[in-house]
Design a protein around this ligand. Structure first.
Ligand SMILES: Nc1nc2c(ncn2[C@@H]2O[C@H](COP(=O)(O)OP(=O)(O)OP(=O)(O)O)[C@@H](O)[C@H]2O)c(=O)[nH]1
Ligand SMILES: [Mg+2]
Length: 329
């Protein structure tokens, strides 16, 4: 099938060939991915661009940590997604990590208790999602790795404290401090018309210590001000309120599906799933299993989102959460 590449794509590809630095190459590849026509004839090209983007990201991260010397404080993504907890001191970020995971960061009633990122794994049904508490942000305190930790995350939770004098100011200052390092947080993970060089991260506000805001007055104010831009969830990390809603909101916000691999001739069995972005196709799944599967893929059989169990599907078939898939090469 002809790829029918647009002039915008060809221009981005020409710039890619001339790009000299990894960040220039990255910018060109992102432009190529956004301008490439999305149809069956370009599927393999899209998969190849995504693979090259992932390789450059890893390389850039490695180079950054080498330059700084010593171990990197940028936490590598693990599990089904990386979720960072950001906010001012004392808002309950460590308590939230303790409530959701087996990690035990110190929880204390004084500021700046957590000095380095705390990674931990939160179970959600049959997957693990990585939560990372970042050292608190303030005017005088912004760890250099914080920007990179937010940039390479899939989701940010802005943790504010409903027991504090001004939780609204806490949210404002967190957003402003991140904007100083060219990061914008938004409900959808995209913002129209941003200049090059900015990163946009999908985020939600976690209004913690709702046990101290019994009449929900502060929460109502917060919703009035922010709900258009960012979803807000009131919880109590310490008293365990609304934690299950937050856990599933985190999973939903990651926009991932779980897909289970089945070998031909083997029984239907939901082993550890592969996690893929919503909208992923059979070909994306094959690439996640092994690049040889992607290169030689003929078709697949799917149990789940199809009309008939074990139905044959082609490489552009869009998979759904819970599908079991057999790959044929
Ligand atoms: N009432 C109430 N107190 C809480 C809640 N969550 C945390 N706390 C208290 O708030 C204080 C700060 O909690 P931490 O979890 O250490 O806060 P943090 O955001 O990690 O603080 P830093 O690491 O200093 O940035 C502790 O005294 C906690 O016991 C909650 O849901 N309700
Ligand atoms: Mg802490």
């Amino acid at each position: 099938m002809p790829a029918n590449l647009t002039p915008d794509y060809l221009e981005a590809e020409r710039a890619y060939k001339e790009a000299k630095t990894p960040s220039e190459r990255m910018e060109c590849l992102e432009r190529m991915l956004s301008t490439i026509p999305k149809h069956k004839g370009t599927e393999k090209m899209q998969a190849d661009i995504k693979r090259r983007i992932a390789q450059i990201k890893d390389k850039m991260e490695h180079e950054r940590s080498q330059k700084r010397g010593g171990p990197s404080l940028v936490v590598k993504r693990e599990g089904a997604g990386k979720v960072v907890l950001v906010g001012p001191p004392n808002t309950g970020k460590s308590q939230l990590i303790c409530s959701f995971t087996n990690a035990k960061p110190e929880v204390a009633p004084y500021p700046f208790t957590t000095r380095a990122p705390v990674p931990a794994m939160m179970p959600f049904e049959d997957v693990f999602i990585q939560l990372v508490e970042l050292p608190a942000l303030s005017e005088d305190h912004f760890e250099p790795a914080t920007g990179d930790n937010v940039r390479n995350a899939d989701l940010a939770l802005v943790v504010a404290d409903l027991a504090s004098a001004d939780p609204l100011a806490q949210v404002t200052s967190t957003l402003q401090l991140l904007e100083r390092v060219k990061i914008k947080l938004s409900r959808t993970g995209s913002v129209e018309g941003l200049e090059p060089g900015w990163s946009v991260k999908k985020a939600l506000i976690v209004a913690n210590k709702c046990d101290c805001d019994e009449d929900s007055a502060l929460l109502s104010l917060m919703k009035e001000l922010w709900e258009g831009d960012l979803p807000i969830l009131a919880i109590s990390a310490e008293k365990g309120r609304n934690l299950e809603s937050l856990r599933s909101e985190i999973f939903q916000s990651l926009e991932i599906i779980r897909v289970y691999s089945k070998a031909p001739g083997k029984s239907l069995h939901k082993d550890t799933p592969f996690t893929l972005k919503v909208g992923s196709t059979l070909l994306d799944f094959a690439a996640a299993v092994h690049k040889d599967f992607a290169e030689n893929l003929k078709h697949g059989r799917v149990w789940g989102s199809v009309a008939f169990p074990g139905q044959n599907v082609s490489s552009d078939y869009v998979l759904a959460d819970g599908d079991i898939v057999e790959l044929h090469t």
